[in-house]
Design a protein around this ligand. Structure first.
Ligand code: ZN
Length: 187
């Protein structure tokens, strides 16, 4: 995988992949939804969505707002602070609307065709509540590279996953440790 890939699906769950697409301040350089088309591209590429919705500019703006709310909530979880009420309320408001309807295709789950984009947003918001509001949250963590802001749900056996990806942080940190060790041995 060349770094950075256009879209990052390393969050382990839909809501976390959703917030790894850009945002305000330092995250602006990662922005992947500059147009409604790009947001549709993201949904199509997402392993949890996998279909191309129609997205309007107003819906892209609404997606930005939901992304900020989930981002703020997730930061509070990482720093063990109380999640901001406005973020919790925003996520709950979107989750209260109709979500995507699952159906079968050759024994596999797919989403029913022609869903309005608002249903995608509701599914994302519900996923965030399921993650942060249940025991799942115990598997939620930040990448062990202190300068990396990416987070993920650790589904690895033994729960020992440390890095967002080996490409971005795992190899960097291993190389740094190796350098520190080698230096220690020669001096
Ligand atoms: Zn990382």
């Amino acid at each position: 995988m060349a770094w950075p890939p256009r879209f990052l699906f390393i969050g382990g769950t839909l809501a976390i992949d959703f917030i790894h697409t850009g945002g305000l301040d330092v995250r602006a350089k990662w922005e992947r939804w500059n147009t409604p088309e790009e947001l549709a591209d993201w949904a199509e590429a997402s392993p949890d969505l996998g279909f191309r919705p129609t997205v309007t500019e107003a819906e892209r703006k609404a997606a930005w707002e939901l992304r900020e709310a989930i981002w703020e909530y997730s930061r509070a979880i990482v720093t063990k602070e109380r999640p901001p009420q406005h973020a919790a309320d925003h996520i709950a408001r979107i989750a209260a609307t109709p979500d995507l309807v699952p159906t079968w295709l050759d024994g596999k789950r797919v989403w029913r065709d022609g869903a309005p984009f608002s249903q995608v947003m509701s599914t994302v918001a519900r996923d965030a509540i399921t993650l942060f509001g249940t025991a799942e949250v115990e598997h939620f963590r930040k990448c062990a590279n202190p300068t990396c802001g990416l987070t993920f749900v650790d589904h690895s056996r033994g729960g020992k996953r440390q890095w967002c990806t080996m490409q971005r942080c795992g190899n960097l940190m291993k190389a740094a440790r190796h350098r520190a060790k080698t230096k220690g041995e020669t001096s």
